[in-house]
Design a protein around this ligand. Structure first.
Ligand SMILES: NC(=O)c1ccc[n+]([C@@H]2O[C@H](COP(=O)([O-])OP(=O)(O)OC[C@H]3O[C@@H](n4cnc5c(N)ncnc54)[C@H](OP(=O)(O)O)[C@@H]3O)[C@@H](O)[C@H]2O)c1
Length: 346
């Protein structure tokens, strides 16, 4: 009698645990953490020493108010570009506190940094941000497509696309499309070295089977796990880099994974996901600081040996993407889908 009571309690406890913890998420995260590439392999890249002079260059960083974006801006600002645009969600102070923080870190209260409000989940907002940028600048040397979300709750963008795909991929695809004339014009200037760095993730290997589920990109995709939705958006980013690189040989376009860094994204997940909350105390064991976590961004934006169209893990390690992310058939199909979705947006 007692033993069956204990067994029933144990069964209930296990059932409760299964309900509380997403075991598929646990396995997926463990696989990425244990078997994906480390943070500090590859090229020994020291931003202070290896970033060349950026004199005269104009740089735009999406998600520039986030942890990695801010650090990218700090490292670039030390090399004196003409201007850095922090492109991020609209803020009450129009980015003044972020700009102050970057200037303080660089020790230059006049560092030429501007805030460009953009919500990548809205085509109208992206169009308006590009119009603002183009009214102020006639060149763009480096575009870092870095903004991103990974969240548990499902949702859609203003135009009804799945929220992670819409922000991480489609918003950036539209931004790149609208900025391309400026990028290509810049590539014709003497001494130009135009780069687009699209920030993917090793988490692209959590994408659903087939990489991208085309017939579900509109709508909240509640039946697809949040980490699969994120993975799908990051497979798409790798495809975007390949397709843009093939179409525009005058510039270099690459996708990068930054490494594992505790940033706003992880802190957001710790609030939403029991798994992330539970593993928070040990996460510093396998994460690095933003200063190290941006080296792949910076290397891809400036190093001479970067090959256009590739995906790099940190730092400068090519070809580690999954077979599906490597598939040129998938990226071509994505390009055709994207062109159709964006054809009326100018
Ligand atoms: N951290 C890692 O371990 C890691 C690993 C692999 C890849 N990555 C990638 O690295 C990139 C940077 O992320 P992070 O780690 O620095 O996270 P983060 O601190 O959360 O930065 C992301 C930035 O994107 C902004 N953003 C979110 N939604 C946006 C929208 N609709 N329009 C414009 N901007 C938006 C966020 O603004 P708010 O803060 O106002 O929401 C934030 O400033 C992401 O693409 C991420 O997928 C990170």
């Amino acid at each position: 009698m007692v033993s069956s009571f204990v067994a029933a309690l144990a069964t209930l406890a296990v059932a409760f645990l299964f309900k509380m913890v997403d075991f598929q998420a646990l396995v997926a995260s463990a696989r990425v953490t244990l078997f994906a590439s480390g943070n500090q392999d590859g090229v020994a890249f020291d931003p202070a020493r290896d970033i060349p002079s950026l004199a005269g260059k104009v740089i735009l960083v999406t998600g520039g108010a986030g942890d990695l974006g801010k650090q990218v801006a700090i490292e670039f600002a030390r090399h004196k570009p003409a201007r850095i645009y922090i492109a991020d969600l609209p803020r009450d102070d129009n980015g003044a506190s972020v700009i102050d923080l970057i200037r303080d870190a660089v020790g230059d209260e006049n560092a030429p940094i501007s805030y460009l409000a953009v919500d990548l989940s809205s085509f109208e907002s992206i169009k308006s941000a590009v119009a603002t940028f183009c009214a102020a600048e006639d060149r763009l040397d480096i575009a870092i497509l870095n903004a991103g979300i990974m969240r548990v709750q499902s949702g859609t963008t203003a135009e009804g696309y799945e929220i992670a795909f819409g922000i991480n991929y489609l918003g950036h695809a539209l931004l790149a499309k609208l900025l391309m004339p400026t990028l290509l014009r810049t590539a014709e200037l003497p001494g130009a070295d135009v780069r687009v760095v699209a920030v993917s993730s090793e988490g692209h290997n959590m994408a659903p089977k087939g990489g991208i589920i085309f017939d579900k990109l509109k709508g909240p995709c509640e039946d697809i796990k949040y980490y699969q939705r994120y993975g799908q958006s990051k497979v798409a980013i790798i495809g975007l880099a390949r397709e843009l690189a093939g179409r525009h040989p005058q510039i270099k376009v690459v996708a990068v994974h930054p490494g594992r860094i505790i940033t706003g994204m992880a802190r957001g997940l710790q609030k939403e996901s029991l798994l992330f909350k539970a593993t928070a105390p040990i996460s510093p064991l396998f994460c690095v600081s933003p200063a190290i976590g941006v080296r792949n961004h910076l290397w891809a934006a400036t190093a001479a040996e970067v090959e256009s169209g590739k995906y790099y893990e940190p730092v400068g390690v090519p070809d580690k993407e999954t077979a599906i992310a490597k598939d040129p058939g998938l990226s071509r199909r994505l390009w055709e889908w994207t062109e159709k979705e964006l054809e009326s947006v100018e």
